[in-house]
Design a binder for this molecule. Structure first.
Ligand code: ADP
Ligand code: ASP
Ligand code: MG
Length: 595
């Protein structure tokens, strides 16, 4: 018998009427012949209210007690949902995470799922029940209640769908599907018929709050077809499928996202030697802080500056971690700022099409938005901007890439559903059997690209339009740019580095030369660099990946020039002569997790 998982978010169970509507939907699916597992979130803003209460009684609530408190929100809704089903004449049993057997690690408020038992759910389903599972929660080895992080019910739902081999995981929410950007921010945002896993992983981790990014890791690893749709009673319209294929192969950019509350940390005076950044990132990984937009400026006098961004909600933990690293690293200065937001564009097509970065930079410049930092990966470009310009920035970018218009020849909802179901037939379990626990890191491989060169511009003025001028000039010369990293050094001047193929280095230098001459900045280049990368699933959120990379390279005495991260890849640039030894070091370091 086919099984479906239906997840209802907070707004979809906000009151008695909505709970009954959700119950009717589940019963209808059961009557259509499916076994049904519902995953339910806390009602409305209940979780926010509990967080607020905790903060009223305690300045720094212990994480264990926070989990004990927050898990009650879901316990209320599952019980009410079961009652609503009984009221409609159906059979249902509600279960907490612990009762199901959702085993997690002990990192309270950010726990990762280790395993989920299916026996009890199966037994209940086989007896004709609808199983109602509390989202967002689990238990650790000692039966302490844990939670998966805000928005984590999506992750519970896709994980349950994975272990139960569900035909579909339906995510019922308060919008019609996944949009090109948050429809509450930009009225022109368009519902996408489907989104590829890699794009959704990026969008979710870059601010598209419609899905918890870790749920997409499960979707990808276990090939779970995910259908995001509106829980509104009268709509039975299809929403968006998150599966293996993108909406359009032709478009460079599929969607954009804004992380409003971002924070920047700058550490100056780092010892410029292998292992220094390792010490720093080790401390951050220990407290599970995911770091983004890492910018390292070249060392001088044996010292270097490194700056990176974290979510503002992680800032306190991050600063404590950096302070600990300072004890080891000696005299470093730490600065931070919270008046920044991150705007990003994402698209699988970007990997093969030029001209995304310069268009984005120009659109921002035309909107009068200054770019404070830039990082890219194969499928995204992110810019850090002043927080009070975040909305203008996302609007400008959404318009520039005409995301409001449907792409010609796009895959239909039915195409993507078929692709998702087909992928499900492949043996996802083979991947999974290698994992010790469900949410373990999956690394697909390590690679070396020895064909690139590095261009670094120093002391650029920090004003709108500079990056646009540079990359338009480079694009006009027909040069394809791969990685871009730009950031403001401690001096207030901007440094910018990018990689191009060795063959195109002369053209790139001529092109930037023209722009830079007017600005009084300096240009340097390295004609042979090596880009070492690790690819996998959920790489950035598994804070340990960057760490293992830095660790392995430091042990081999290899210095890292640049870093960029995405959910599917971490790249580091090292000196050209260090490519082969670097690759060997990484192969060894990741041997246990490479498929
Ligand atoms: P739920 O309680 O159902 O889990 P969430 O509030 O977590 O709902 O997620 C739905 C919200 O996500 C929407 O109301 C919308 O404002 C926001 N959102 C952000 N980015 C996107 C996007 N790209 N597409 C759709 N919704 C988005
Ligand atoms: N109730 C939790 C939260 O508000 C989990 C969820 O809704 O996904 O974060
Ligand atoms: Mg949510």
């Amino acid at each position: 018998m086919s099984l479906i998982v239906q997840k209802f978010g907070g707004t979809s169970v906000a009151d008695a009427e909505k709970i009954s509507a959700a119950a009717r939907r589940a019963l209808r699916a059961q009557q259509q012949g499916h076994q049904v597992v519902m995953v339910v979130s806390a009602m409305g803003k209940n979780t926010d209210m509990l967080v607020d209460l905790a903060e009223q009684v305690c300045d720094d609530p212990p994480a264990r007690e926070m989990d004990m408190l927050l898990s009650t929100g879901e316990q209320v809704s599952v019980a009410l949902m079961a009652m609503a089903i009984h009221n409609l004449g159906g059979k249902a049993v509600s279960l907490t995470g612990g009762q199901i057997g959702v085993q997690t690690d002990s990192s309270h408020t950010k726990a990762r799922i280790r395993s989920i038992s299916t026996e009890r759910m199966r037994r209940l389903l086989d007896n004709g029940n609808i199983v109602i599972a509390a989202g967002f929660q689990g238990v650790d080895d000692e039966l302490n209640i844990t939670t998966l992080g805000r928005g984590g019910s999506d992750t519970s739902a896709v994980a349950l769908a994975a272990v139960l081999g569900a035909e579909m995981c339906e995510i019922y929410t308060d919008v019609d599907g996944v949009f090109t950007t948050d429809p509450r921010l930009i009225a022109e945002a368009r519902k996408m018929s489907n989104v590829s896993h890699d794009e959704m992983l990026e969008l979710a981790s870059l601010g598209a709050g419609v899905m918890h990014s870790r749920s997409i890791e499960f979707g990808k690893k276990f090939n779970v077809p995910i259908h995001v749709r509106n829980s509104g009673v009268f709509t039975d319209e299809p929403g968006s499928v998150i599966g293996p294929i993108p909406e359009s192969e032709d478009r460079a950019v599929s969607g954009c996202a804004l992380t409003k509350a971002e924070a920047r940390i700058t550490v100056t005076g780092m010892p410029d030697k292998p292992g220094a950044s390792l010490t720093l990132f080790e401390r951050l990984a220990d407290v599970n802080v995911a770091v983004d937009m890492i910018m390292q400026t070249a060392g001088h006098d044996g010292r270097a500056d490194i700056s990176f961004t974290v979510l503002e909600s992680d800032l306190k933990g991050a600063l404590d971690a950096v302070a600990e690293a300072a004890d080891v690293l000696g005299t470093i200065d730490v600065l931070h700022a919270t008046n920044v937001s991150k705007v990003s564009v994402v698209g699988l097509g970007m990997a093969t099409q030029a001209g995304v970065a310069d268009r984005m930079f120009r659109a921002l410049a035309q909107a009068g938005v200054n770019i404070e930092a830039i990082t890219t990966s194969a499928i995204k470009v992110s810019c850090l901007v002043a927080r009070d310009q975040g909305l203008e920035a996302i609007r400008a970018v959404h318009a520039e890439f005409e995301l409001g218009l449907a792409p010609a020849g796009r895959a239909t909802f039915a195409d993507s559903l078929a692709a998702a179901k087909k992928a499900k037939e492949t043996d996802a379990m083979a991947v999974v059997k290698r994992l010790q626990s469900m949410e373990d890191l999956t690394v697909h491989g390590v690679d070396l690209d020895n064909s690139q060169a590095l261009v670094t511009l120093s002391d650029l003025p920090d004003s709108p339009g500079i990056s646009a001028d540079i990359f338009e000039s480079v694009a006009a010369a027909g040069v394809l740019v791969d990685m871009i990293v730009q950031g403001i050094g401690a001096s207030g001047k901007t440094n910018l580095s990018f990689t191009v193929s060795q063959a195109q280095l002369p053209q790139a230098l001529t092109a930037v030369g023209k722009v830079v001459e007017k600005l009084g900045s300096t240009v340097e280049s390295l004609d042979s660099i090596a880009i070492l990368s690790v690819t996998g699933v959920g790489i950035r959120s598994h804070t340990g990946v960057g760490l293992r990379m830095f660790g392995a390279l430091a042990q081999s005495g290899i210095n890292i020039e640049l870093v960029n991260t995405s959910e599917v890849k971490v790249n580091v640039v090292v000196d050209g002569s260090k490519g082969k030894p670097g690759l060997a070091a990484l192969e060894k370091a990741f041997a246990d997790v490479i498929g």
